[in-house]
Design a protein. Structure first.
Lengths: 111, 113
């Protein structure tokens, strides 16, 4: 089993709709969860992080965490063409700072 | 510096040669990470350092790959006897506190011909 699994996509979403990105992880010791966005040819940049079960909202982005199911998701509301990118999920352990990324989900927002 | 700096930004080398890739992390950041990224894939973990020591090198693919961080700041990834399959973008990241944001450099694109 891979440490972090994401649907590779591509995921196509009409402009203005909600994009839903999912991630499952294998390490039950993971304590914090990061969502990075990577534009083509660029380096990853952090857009959201979440530590606690439940939802965390930041503008158009909502991260959802369910530690019992080892599942974390990212919702993007009112999707914009500028949201077209690859989204990477990265759990991080407590006492173990190894940061492992999923394969990423490629998202395309269709105008 | 203001951000993570990687040099060179591009490196073309011949098969069988030795290469060194350098990462200069954000000042004061104790954790430093190396990743390899191929087209269409997520960053593949190679190794991370806490201070001067390699805390986890489980991602190094074989003994041709080695990394050092002798003074706890700048790190060098060394690849011996390069192969065409080593061609990829090598990313470095650093972070200052546990479970906080990791900041990435712009990457080194390595091409082995």
């Amino acid at each position: 089993q891979k440490e972090v699994e994401q649907n590779s996509g591509p995921l196509s979403v009409p402009e203005g709709a909600i994009a839903s990105l999912n991630c499952t992880y294998s390490d039950r010791g993971s304590q914090s969860f990061f969502w990075y966005r990577q534009y083509s040819g660029k380096s990853p940049e952090l857009i959201m992080f979440i530590y606690s079960n439940g939802d965390k909202e930041d503008g158009r982005f909502t991260a959802q965490l369910n530690k019992a199911s080892q599942y974390v998701s990212l919702l993007i509301r009112d999707s914009q063409p500028s949201d077209s990118a690859t989204y990477l999920c990265a759990p991080s352990g407590f006492g173990n700072e190894k940061l492992t990324f999923g394969t990423g989900t490629r998202l395309t927002i269709i105008p | 510096g203001a951000g993570v700096s990687q040099t060179p930004s591009n490196k073309v080398t011949e098969k069988g040669k030795y290469v060194e890739l350098r990462c200069d992390p954000i000042s004061g950041h104790t954790a430093l990470y190396w990743y390899r990224q191929s087209l269409g894939q997520g960053p593949e973990f190679l190794i991370y350092f806490q201070g001067t020591g390699a805390a986890d090198d489980s991602g190094l693919p074989n003994d041709r790959f080695f990394a050092v961080r002798p003074e706890g700041s700048v790190s060098t990834l060394k690849i011996q006897r390069t192969e065409r399959g080593d061609s990829a973008v090598y990313l470095c990241a650093s972070r200052g506190q546990p479970n906080t944001e990791a900041f990435f450099g712009q990457g080194t694109r390595l091409t082995v011909v």
